[in-house]
Design a protein around this ligand. Sequence first.
Ligand code: SF4
Ligand code: SF4
Length: 183
Amino acid sequence: MDLKRHIIVEGLRSLLRSSTSKYPKVPYVPPDGYRGAAEYDSEKCVGCGACSQTCPPGAITFTDEEKKRNIELKYGFCSFCGRCEEICPWEAIHLTKNYELAVYNHEDARTGIDIEFFECVKCRKSFFPEPQMKVSLEKVKDALSKYHIKQEELANLISICPQCSFTVEEMPERRLFMRRLVE
Ligand code: SF4
Ligand code: SF4
């Protein structure tokens, strides 16, 4: 087909079919794998903060408050790279197909999650994300059994905050525990 004919055919085709989408009248459905706004899964997030540490532009931050850890993602800083989704050990953050992120106030372009802290059994001070503690215990269960250590023994030790652990009363038990791991 010569160039002239090609141009005429394409011109006629464009009269019959639209070259642009009808968005926003007709919602646009992104293809699979589209990297839109990331969202947390509150059922799965343990509050470890790994997503925050690996986010290249620093869009994710976390703040430890008295009783909880607040994790926050600011879409204005997000480059939609998907690193947070890749790195999360618990599959608790996913890039969705949501691309409609326009807001009047940039402070509103955010998402986040609150994770409750565990309370020290001695001083009642909150010190560590509770869900992270639970999943960590579960993860080391098999390794502990090799040393004939029960999960509850480790649970008892880690339920005491660092300040209360390094005391004259607590240290001997901790030392004995560590010795069982190396003997
Ligand atoms: S989303 Fe994943 S990586 Fe981020 S805090 Fe939650 S569990 Fe950790
Ligand atoms: S998609 Fe990339 S830039 Fe956006 S929050 Fe996740 S890691 Fe950060």
